[in-house]
Design a protein around this ligand. Structure first.
Ligand code: ME8
Length: 654
């Protein structure tokens, strides 16, 4: 596999301010680029803005400024947001730059020389919103049925590109390079489309002027998609550029990250243009899914477009990045909600990762004066942690190659979980009490090394928090690259840690901090009183209407899906089972449940249950219980509230 990587995002239209959809691709590209850099691979990351075309000309006309002034005004916020989100690109291309125009005209000439360009008349539908020619069968009620953008009839002289000629070559290329279009479901879509045969496409416009002129032909501007797609090579200086020979073609791996709506342009038109121009093709085009917001499609009219600035102000850039990459597989659609984001911050980030840092730094401070001890006496209890490290490292490398960000994160957080379990089973407090100093040294060393490795691995995903963690552990620069995590056992002994500050402080929903509400809820949710003499059961009284609560009050109770991973009788109470549950937090919880009359431990082990996750922990007959599982009925007739399979632990009931 080649080692020079070129990663691109779409260039964004300057008719809009950046939103979550733009941020998603840029954050994914940035994470990937950071990962390659961490691995020491030469890598170039390009983004930019798409500034020509009728859509931009019309937007400028609306505000009464020139298209160039409009482009300048709307390109800047993208750079600003990328700075704010720590998106570290190597180049930002604007299609109105001379370096870009020159290469677009060069590509045009190459296509002409190949005999693939001819003049004719275009008669058909055009969607300005999509900047695309739309087939009759894709129009419903005057709109592109896929995007909802209005279409209008166009008749004008136009240059055409012989796309039809390239269908067989494209199909042969797809066959030979199964990795070219990803994910696989999208590849099949494109295969079916090309197999039907391709029609030639119009590649110049004459009815407006905001574009790159067709060489030697007054009155025609080059179709905006020919213009825009060429950015990927104009930013390398064009086919003759030094960067082009380094990052395009032989010896380079080119990855275009895009949204699913613009796949046809990238997977059909772009390779055909490149074939015609006699240039190598990119290695892969990966189409990610779309985000909805609280279950609804985002739109300006609905006013529900997720503004990355607001999210970052409330939760921080790292948490936003983590959520987007962890919540759904990269090729799938996803739903953004602040409640789900808070769940991840408080769950695997706070209770899992942050907690491991706090516990480790706390114990090194308490038992060793804040200095990482030398390695001491190895024990069999160390083996699961070391095995998890090896498995996680292999998975991380593999999943990043596959652009499976969510699985890469799952692998890393598997090690977080193993680290927390290791604390529980090695029980440093007990070793300290028993005076087993050499063993305690070993355990504390392993925990420090585990955190260093986690810190390094999370640098691409959580650049600020991971750097803060490595700073707290005072890890030298040469122990912050991927190579330094190849084997477990870095020289950390003797390092004096800085005082730990929480990495992911708990975040509360705005509703939860409103006065009164939590109090009322606590009252409503405290039925576990010492047993009172039982009242005979009454049907609900009809006379007084049931008390209602509002949505905010409901949301203050965090009910999440959890899997029972272990179950055993409670050591001190016959009617209780002691359950170990996984609520997707990167650690497990112990929950005491009064279900022993209805369930033996093996009947609940493995089941998905509904867990009240934010009930204050309390010690029940000597065992601390962190939460409550929901059940109905009593005694032997008791039933558990179930959760369908396929729901991930940690998913919130809402
Ligand atoms: O298409 N969820 O630019 P653009 C996820 N200029 N992604 C979304 C999204 C959502 N809700 N909404 C939009 C263009 N996107 C062209 C690209 S490249 C040579 C030219 C994504 O600003 C969308 O899928 O309209 C696309 O990948 C990107 O935002 C840019 O959209």
């Amino acid at each position: 596999m080649s080692s020079r990587r070129y990663i691109t995002t779409p260039i964004y239209y300057v008719n809009d301010v950046p939103h979550i959809g733009h941020a998603y691709t840029s954050l994914a590209a940035d994470t990937l680029a950071r990962f390659h850099r961490l691995c020491g691979r030469p890598c170039r990351f390009l983004t930019g803005t798409d500034e020509h075309g009728l859509k931009i000309e019309q937007a400028a006309a609306k505000t009464g400024i020139t298209p160039q002034a409009h482009a300048d005004r709307f390109s800047a916020p993208f750079r600003k947001l990328w700075d704010h989100l720590d998106v570290r690109y190597d180049d930002f291309i604007r299609t109105t730059e001379p370096r870009h125009k020159r290469v677009v005209q060069d590509i045009w000439r190459r296509m002409v020389e190949s005999g693939d360009v001819y003049v004719d008349k275009y008669e058909g539908w055009y969607s300005v919103g999509d900047e695309a020619y739309i087939d009759e069968e894709d129009i419903v009620d005057g709109k592109n049925k896929h995007s909802g953008h209005a279409v209008s009839w166009v008749e004008e002289p136009s240059y055409f590109f012989r796309l039809s000629k390239y269908a067989p070559r494209l199909l042969a290329y797809f066959e030979d390079h199964p990795e070219f279009i990803q994910p696989a479901s999208r590849r099949n879509e494109i295969l079916r489309f090309v197999e039907q045969g391709l029609r030639d496409i119009s590649i110049s416009r004459t009815t407006f002027s905001w574009g790159i002129p067709v060489p030697d032909e007054a009155g025609h501007v080059i179709y905006v998609w020919v213009d825009a797609l060429t950015n990927y090579i104009s930013a390398l200086g064009g086919p003759e550029g030094a960067l082009f020979s380094e990052f395009w073609g032989e010896g380079a791996e080119v990855t275009h990250l895009i949204g699913k709506d613009i796949l046809r342009f990238h997977a059909v038109y772009w390779p055909a243009f490149l074939m015609s121009a006699g240039l190598p093709l990119p290695t892969r085009v990966f189409a990610h899914g779309w985000w909805t917001h609280d279950g609804e499609k985002m739109s300006k009219t609905l006013g529900n477009v997720v503004d990355p600035w607001a999210i970052v102000a409330a939760y921080g850039a790292d948490a936003f990045r983590y959520f987007l990459l962890r919540e759904v597989p990269f090729g799938s659609d996803g739903d953004f909600s602040e409640a789900a984001l808070r769940g991840r911050i408080n769950g695997e980030l706070g209770n899992g990762y942050g907690n491991l840092l706090n516990r480790t730094a706390g114990m090194i401070a308490r038992y060793r004066g804040g200095v990482v001890p030398p390695r001491g006496e190895a024990g069999v209890e160390d083996e699961p942690l070391l095995a998890e490290f090896k498995a996680a490292r292999a998975a991380l490398l593999e999943e990043m190659e596959a652009l499976s960000f969510h699985k890469a994160l799952a692998a890393i957080f598997g090690l977080v979980s193993a680290g927390n379990k290791y604390v529980d089973s090695a029980a440093p407090w007990a070793l300290h009490k028993a005076g087993r100093d050499a063993r305690l040294d070993e355990v504390l060393y392993h925990l420090a090394e585990c955190l260093r490795i986690l810190g390094v691995w999370t640098l691409p995903f959580l650049p600020n928090k991971a750097a803060a963690l490595l700073d707290q552990l005072v890890i030298p620069q040469d122990l912050r690259d991927f190579a330094s995590t190849e084997v477990w056992g870095a020289p950390l002994s003797g390092i004096t840690l800085k005082a730990a500050t929480p990495l992911f402080p708990r975040v509360e929903a705005p509703e939860e901090v409103a006065p009164q509400q939590p109090k009322q809820l606590k009252q409503a949710k405290q039925p576990k009183q010492p047993k009172q003499p039982k009242q005979p059961k009454q049907p609900p009284q009809q006379a007084t209407p049931p008390q209602t609560i509002d949505y905010a009050q409901f949301m203050a109770v965090q009910i999440v899906a959890a899997r029972v991973v272990e179950a055993e009788p409670h050591p001190n109470a016959d009617r209780l089972l002691k359950l170990t549950v996984d609520a997707g937090e990167g650690r497990t919880r112990t929950v005491c449940a009064g279900i022993a009359a209805a369930f033996t431990p093996d009947k609940v082990k493995g089941r998905m249950v509904a867990l009240v996750a934010n009930l204050a922990p309390r010690v029940i007959r000597g065992v601390e219980s962190e939460g409550m599982i929901l059940a109905l009925g009593e005694g032997a007739d008791l039933k558990l509230v179930g959760v369908d399979e396929g729901v991930a632990p940690g998913a919130r009931v809402q």
